[in-house]
Structure formats: C-alpha cells, structure tokens
Design a protein around this ligand. Structure first.
Ligand code: MG
Length: 381
C-alpha cells in the first residue's frame, strides 16, 4: 500500500489524483490532503478517504473552524501548517498539485525527508528549479512529473541512458487560437480564451495554453527535469493532443508516448509506477482519429513562448519574474482589466526592466516575484 499526500487536493489535478487513488484501494491510499480554500469539497474528500492529516492553506475562518470541530485527524492551517504537515505525516509519496508559489516550500520539505515527489505544480521548477534539483540530487530522490508532456518524456526515456538522448520534442495543442493571427487574438473575450479544444483544465492554465506560456513553462521544467540545454528542447504543435511528447535519440530513433487526453493516465502512471495496471477507460482507437498532424510553432505568433525561452536562457531569477508577471497579466485579463494581446507585452516589459539575480535562496526568488508583480500591475492600461 502506497500512502499518498495530495497537496492541492481540491484543484483539478488534485481531484483527479483522488479519483485514481479511489480506483486502486488495494494499492493506494490518501494519507494527507491540503486545500487552498474550498473547504466544502475538502470535507467530502475527507469523508471519502479518511486522511490522517489535513491542511487548509487559505480558507475562510468560519468554515475552517466548522471543519476542525468535526474532523478527528490532525488539521493544520496556512503555509506554515502545510510545511509542518509534510514534515510530520506518514507518507510514501507527495503529490504537489497546488497552484502557484505556495508549492515550493512543501516540495523542499518533502525532498528533505527523502519522500518521492510527484510534481504537477509548474511554479516549483519554473521559479526554483536550480534549488529544487540540487536538493533532490543531494538526497538522491526522484521527481516524478505528472504533467502529460513530461510524464510522456519520462516514459520514453525508460531504459535509455542520458548520453543516448539527442533532443526532447514537447507537443502543444496550440490552444483555441492556433489558426488565428496575432492581430485577430488581440482582444478576444475571456470565454473564447477559456474554450480549450482538447484539455479540460482550470482557468489560469487554460489561458496559459492559449498564449502558449504554459508550453514555455514546460520547456523550463523539461530543462531541469531531464538536465538538457534549451537548444535540445523543441516544441511542435500537434492539434490532436494524442502524442503527449517525444524523445529523439542520437541514432535517429524517435519514441513517442500516446494516450487519451485525460490527466488520469499520467497520474495513474506516476502513482502506480513501476507497475502498470488496467484501468476503467476504453482503449485508444487510432483508426477513429484518422490522422495526426504536426506543425511548426511560430515565436511571432506566440510571443509568450519566446519570452519563456529568453527567461530560461537568462537564468537566475528571470523565470521567477516571467512567472510572476504572467500571473498578474493573466489575472488582469480574466478580470477584464487588460486585453488578451497585452499579456505578452506586459511580461516583456517587466522582464526587460528586471535586474536578474542568482536564484539560490527562497528569499531571492520571492523578492524577484514581488518586484515583478508590482511592476506588472503598474503596466495595466
Ligand atoms: Mg502539459
């Protein structure tokens, strides 16, 4: 029985992770849960999974007090409480599916304890990749990627040595605006941007998919996870989202991982590894799909992807600045304060004005994050 802690259990990946855990009661159990603020959903998850530990990171005080009164396990609050839970709970694996910078400290705490870490939180590697990878290396622990692309690459790499890898090819659906020009998407509505053609995800990541900043973050994560230079990480548009990513080896062989577009699959893969067990889904019928398409991606058309490569090349705190400016800009768009086309413009101006530092401490990363947020807000029209 593998005991799993699910951080961010009420988000879309967290909910899916608990679905997988519930489907394999002889192999998996949820020993600890954390929710940012959705206490109602957390309460029903507690009823279903009976975790020994629970954390509410930022919940409304009345709802948390009500939960505390009827929950008999250990309840902690706030980010401090989340880190305390990770330090003390009895678990084999920590699934980090929180959203935002809040995932960094519990991830480091899990690594410190030598626990397996399954990562779905982008900010952890995008902003603190150097620190996290160094600590993981020192403790000899593996980071298991849940994101469909990185999970695909990890599967393709199995049984091959690092020297055999020539490049990684991350696939991208291209989002809802793949066939529209930069001018045409300048002032699309929030609803249009939220209508992702292949994946059902939360609003922030859906907008990040429409701008392809999400793919930019994934390039940065791939650089850390697979220890490859940026010029050996490519992106190709694949509208059907069935090939989740590929690895090209030095002998010209390309391995691709395919599957239905549902996060259940990569989550199941990570939670049950090294085993593979049958699941409740029907098999992928390629004959019904007809054809698979691949197109080059344009940096002019998707400036956010270019900005991500540039920030990664710059290194240090630049990716943290990229991430923070993007978060503010996307939030501004979702709240009707800026146009869709302003998202990359704001990020580019913030990056251009930033003074890159080495990202060797959480304080340095947080300082860059705060500076970039403030700067980005100042640029709202
Ligand atoms: Mg992805």
């Amino acid at each position: 029985m593998k005991k799993i802690a699910v951080l961010g259990s009420t988000g879309s990946i967290g909910v899916k992770t608990l679905e997988v855990i519930g489907d394999y009661p002889d192999q998996l159990s949820a020993t600890a849960l954390s929710a940012r603020s959705r206490v109602d959903l957390l309460r029903s998850q507690i009823d279903d999974h009976q975790p020994a530990w629970v954390n509410v990171t930022d919940g409304e005080a009345g709802a948390v007090a009500e939960l505390a009164a009827r929950y008999s396990g250990r309840l902690t609050r706030g980010v401090e409480g989340l880190v305390e839970m990770v330090r003390q709970m009895d678990a084999d694996m920590v699934v980090v599916s929180t959203v935002g910078a809040v995932g960094i400290r519990p991830t480091l705490a899990a690594i410190e304890r030598g626990l397996d870490v399954a990562l779905a939180n982008k900010e952890v590697l995008v902003t603190a990749g150097a620190m996290v990878m160094e600590q993981a290396r020192q403790r000899g622990i593996r980071l298991l990627p849940i994101d469909s692309e990185h999970n695909a690459v990890a599967q393709c790499l199995q049984g091959n040595c690092a020297e055999a890898v020539d490049r990684i090819i991350l696939t991208a659906s291209g989002g809802p605006f793949r066939n529209r020009s930069a001018a045409e998407v300048e002032n699309v509505s929030v609803d249009e941007a939220l209508a992702h053609p292949t994946w059902a995800m939360g609003p922030k990541i859906t907008i990040d998919s429409a701008t392809m900043m999400n793919k930019g973050f994934e390039v940065i994560e791939a650089m850390w996870l697979f220890d490859l230079p940026l010029d050996r990480i490519d992106v190709v548009i694949h509208p059907e989202s069935l090939v989740h990513s590929m690895v090209e080896f030095v002998d010209g062989s390309v391995l691709a991982q395919m599957g239905l577009t549902d996060m259940y699959f990569p989550i199941q893969n990570v939670l049950l590894a090294p085993n593979r067990l049958a699941n409740k889904y029907e098999s992928l019928d390629l004959t019904r799909m007809g054809s698979l398409n691949f197109e080059p991606v344009s940096f002019e058309r998707f400036p956010c992807l270019r900005l991500a490569y540039e920030a990664a090349r710059e290194g240090g705190t630049a990716p943290a600045v990229l991430n923070a400016a993007n978060e503010v800009a996307v939030d501004g768009f979702l709240n009707g304060r800026i146009q869709f086309g302003s998202i990359p413009k704001i990020i580019e101006r913030v990056l251009g004005a930033s003074d890159t530092q080495t990202a060797d401490s959480l304080e340095a990363i947080e300082a860059a994050d705060v500076w970039a947020r403030n700067r980005a807000y100042e640029l709202f029209d």
